[in-house]
Each structure stands twice: as C-alpha cells, then as structure tokens.
Design a protein around this ligand. Structure first.
Ligand SMILES: [Zn+2]
Length: 306
C-alpha cells in the first residue's frame, strides 16, 4: 500500500509518502497563518503525491470529526467546519481520511513505535499546548470525536487566559509557553540574573530555558521543574481515570525528556491514591519524533481509519 500522510499545524506542515510503513519521500513547509487551510493541505499533499498513491491521511491540530472528515475548529488553524476529506478525495481521486494530529501520532506509536507492545496507553503531547490520544485495548478511543483534549481541563479558575478562551487550563501551567512566561517573569524582575545573561537578547523559547537548565543554571532548573511538576499533577488526574500501562509523551517539549519528565514522574508517583501499594504506569518519551503525526495519518488512511 502506498499512502500519503500530512500533519498540519498553525505554522508548519509535514508531508510523507509511505510504502507500507516506510517513509519513501517527505517534505516540510512553513504555513502562512493567513493561508486557507484546505489550500495548505492540498499543496502539502501535492509535494509528495504520485500516481501510485492509494490513500491520503490528514492529521490536523484541532477538533476533527473523523467519521465526516470535517475539521470543526482549531485554535491555530484558520477556518471552521472545513470538509477536508471530501475536498482531498475529490482533488486527488483516492480515498482520504482526516483525524486529529495527536490521534494520528498515537496511531503511529501504536503501530510501529513505543506503544506497540501495550494495550492501554495515554499519548500526551507537550509542546505549544497539551493534547493527546487515548488507546484502550489496542485501539484508539475517540469518544464523539474529540477525546483527549485534556490540555483544556481547567486547573485554576483564576489562572491566565488560554488560547481556547478559558482561564487556567492545564496547558497554561505546563507547556512551552508556560515555561517561557515563567522565564520572562524572572528576567523582567531580575535583568542581572544569570538566567537573563544566558537567555540574552534573543527570543526566549521553552527549548532555550530547558537548555539553560540542563547546562546547570539553578533558576532555569527551578522553572523547568515547576512546569514538569504541573505536568505530572495533570498526568495524575488522567491516570486516576484511565489507569493505563504506559503514558507516552510526545511533542516538542516532551521530546526533550528527563528534565521535564523526571519531575512529572515523581509527582505522579506521589499523587496516586493507594500510595506504595500500587505501581504507577511507566512514563516514556515517544520514539517516532516529529514525523509521527504524518506517518500515523498515512497509516490510518491506509487502514481506512481502523
Ligand atoms: Zn484552554
């Protein structure tokens, strides 16, 4: 089976062509924020499409109805109620499938990655926000289509404003932007601090703060630990509900690994009811990296959504 998968977010798109589960071609794009989403999807597909392609999968960051192939809404993607599946199927003349980007990435991890040996897994993406997917008994669980949007569980009614329009969502405490916000507070309060010198005049990113922490800056380490602990606190809530065998962490910040995940793991172990009488699930970094969403979208399309 030759299939194409694309992963499209607010600023970037990745397109792959697979033969079976092997990537045989890929291309990356910057997406203009003002670009029509369906045009951006079509252009991404064109970059890797040829006559051998039998199925096309689209993973997109937002609320997707997989049964209809419609993107209802995404905080970083222009347009609402976009009929992506019918537009793609019509344009390219092959069957198409559309899903949330985290579902697509989780499906790739389940098929050929770190989740392949497990039956019950929570896939949690930690990056610009927090998203995720639920795998129950070896299959994706979608609910009505929108399951796994736990980044928008409110953890602080008086918290900062979230991209979704609500206040104090989990992702406002534990994400790349949360770390950046904390770093800005420190730097503004104390421009002579070692962290201010390390981060310099350039734009502060979640990755740059983690790098400063890993290089030994105590202030940066405290901030990264704070975000990691907030991440772990949220994970504890999810584990209380699902009791998975494995929590798999993907996304740009999650992929950085131990400096964030270590504190999260400790808070998770301390927070579970039942204490030492139960073993917390393993918390591991996803293995397929940034191509997981595009690969998973292609695999889902090849299997017609499973
Ligand atoms: Zn929110």
């Amino acid at each position: 089976m030759i299939s194409v998968g694309i992963d499209i977010g607010g600023t970037k798109a990745l397109a792959v062509r697979l033969d079976g589960s092997q990537i045989v071609d890929e291309s990356r794009f910057e997406v203009e924020r003002t670009a029509e989403t369906i045009d951006a999807v079509t252009q991404s597909i064109e970059s890797v499409f040829d006559d051998s392609v039998q199925a096309i999968g689209v993973g997109v960051a937002g609320l997707v109805k997989p049964d209809d192939g419609v993107l209802v809404w995404g905080p970083h993607v222009p347009g609402t109620n976009l009929a992506i599946r019918s537009a793609v199927a019509e344009r390219f003349g092959v069957r198409a499938y559309v899903d949330n980007d985290a579902n697509a990435a989780a499906f790739a991890e389940l098929s050929i990655g770190a989740a392949s040996e497990y039956r019950n897994v929570l896939f949690v993406t930690l990056g610009t926000g927090i998203g995720g997917a639920v795998i129950i008994d070896g299959s994706l669980y979608r609910g009505g289509g929108f399951a796994g949007e736990w980044g928008h569980v409110q953890v602080d009614v008086n918290g900062v404003l979230c991209d979704c329009g609500k206040r104090g969502c989990w992702e406002t405490r534990a994400s790349g932007p949360a770390l950046v916000r904390l770093a800005h507070e420190v730097v503004n309060r104390n421009p002579d601090s070692s962290l201010a010198r390390i981060l310099g005049a350039g734009a502060i990113t979640g990755e740059s703060v983690v790098a400063a922490a890993d290089a030994g800056d105590e202030t940066a380490r405290a901030l990264v630990t704070e975000v990691g602990r907030s991440f772990g606190q949220g994970l504890a809530g999810l584990v209380a509900v699902f009791d998975p065998e494995l929590v798999l962490v993907g996304g740009g910040l999650g992929s950085i690994g131990e400096s964030i995940i270590g504190p999260a793991r400790r808070v998770l172990a301390d927070s579970l009811h039942g204490g030492r009488l139960r073993v917390p699930p393993a918390v591991q970094v996803a293995t397929l990296g940034p191509s997981a969403g595009a690969v998973g979208a292609a695999l889902l399309a090849a299997q017609d959504g499973v």
